[in-house]
Design a protein. Sequence first.
Length: 593
Amino acid sequence: MTSPRTLVFAAVAVLLLALPLLPVPEFWITQLNLIGLYAIVALGLVLLTGVGGLTSFGQAAFVGVGAYSTAVLATKLALSPWLGLLVGVVLTVAIALVLAAITLRMSGHYLPLATIAWGLSLSYTMANVEGLGRYDGLLGIPSLEVFGISLHEGRKVYVLIWLVALLAALATLRLLDSRPGRAIRALKGGAAMAEAMGISTYRYKVVIFVYAAVLAAISGWLFAHYQRTVNPTPFGLNRGIEYLFMAVLGGVGQVWGAFVGAGAVKLIEDQLQVWLPALTGTQGNYEVIVFGVLIVLVLKYAPDGLWPAINRLVERWLPPPRRRKDWADAPRLAERARPHAGEVLLKVQALRKEFGGLVAVNDVSFELRAGEIMGLIGPNGAGKSTTFNLLTGALPLTSGSAEFAGHTIGGLPAREIARLGVSRTFQHVKLLPEMTVLENVALGAYQRGASGVLRAMLRLDREEERSFFAEAERQLVRIGMGAQLHELAGNLPLGPQRLMEIARALCTDPVLLLLDEPAAGLRHQEKQALAAVLRQLKAEGITILLVEHDMDFVMGLTDRIVVMEFGTKLIEGTPAEVQASPAVRAAYLGTEH
Ligand code: ADP
Ligand code: MG
């Protein structure tokens, strides 16, 4: 069954593509051509900046690479535009990879600065290299020919431009709704969590940077053959800022917002070109100042941009489709072999973490055997969460060692520890509030699949997706959240958010599960249900290390307990031994014994 939304989308697409057949004035065709070309670039920024949280001012320069590559090849060497497209895209990918390699491993503002530098250096090159025609640019670029049809008129290029724009939008939508897409959506605000699920966030930053650059280059290629001439002006830093403004104004992170933003900016630009010279009495590039001010105003007063408001109208007529439950018969994801019960699974020796002068974890040692539930308790600030962070690679350790199932994990990056079968929840819940509970949990299954960006765009990943969602639902049902699959994770109360994190961790098919205060915020009955689930997991051969303040919960559930205080291990023993210990009582009551 096709949803009404899909039908309306198809109808609008057909209407848009057939527009030149109608008696639309030439002026509007020209405007729409430019809007389509802008939207292709803005679409890349929606993914890069809106979804991924990475800012680039250099998109116009990538448009320039696409335009100049084909212009040079066509005018100087009389080569085919298709070869020009290939060369432009390859060159763009190479430049984007170099910029990514230099800046994306560093945090902070290196990428925006590097893209500004890149934009300026390309402008300088275009304007000063003799072979590129300097400020005059290159003339006499041939128009495109597709299936023997010459696209020498605006009305004909229009169809190609909008076909590319709509296909790019469709590909981006599909990408966002996939295994790599969920990883991309985790980049902004969920990087630590994503790494703990086995995702290389660096890799996906590179992916979206290259993707956005390639869309820009394709737009440039279309532009060059449409205008039949190129010069440096449309590829400068000013235009780079305008592209960013389109993405922001349209609606950060909204695919259709790219089109709204491109349209709005084009219309504003036209008006400014009429009004500004009249107001200032001079011919100058004052638009960029106005756009700068507008960006600040939009970010301050309408940070979500225009699309959400339009979308509310759309949703009134066409409610968003619920994800259809089509995964009932999906094949089960492969599972890991579990170690034999009683084998030493985790061996922690003299584990140490110093934060400046503070010793948060002070040479702590313990062993955890397969199939055990171990409690890690101690007053606030004892170093329990820091111990978790060291064992899962969220923090580098100062000294000591940790071995898991024969692998040295102390000092490994979080995602590599996750791939070995260590999964965790966080004391301060880390989820993606705009994603449904089901999608958040499916993120946990990331490392059990293989579908990449291309498969996602071509929708060749649906079989694997069904398996992901079947697994996510199974884990959610087991944890008692089967009724909340389609709620937005951000709308859940804290207790269920914690349960959702456990389901997400279970989706990774863990051998060792580290739970940081899983019962906090749960009601009595919910705690009992959680304890039952954890016992069930133990019966299935999962080993659990658990931080928890509710002593009834810990004492009733665990096989052994490690008590920490001020970073140091106080004692280790069975629940009964720990309860009987005067030292533990002193630690909790704060009295000397
Ligand atoms: P617990 O989980 O047992 O309550 P934590 O492991 O969170 O304790 O904290 C142990 C100590 O380390 C505390 O004094 C805390 O303030 C400090 N600490 C934790 N994380 C950091 C950090 N990233 N930077 C500096 N100090 C930290
Ligand atoms: Mg803690």
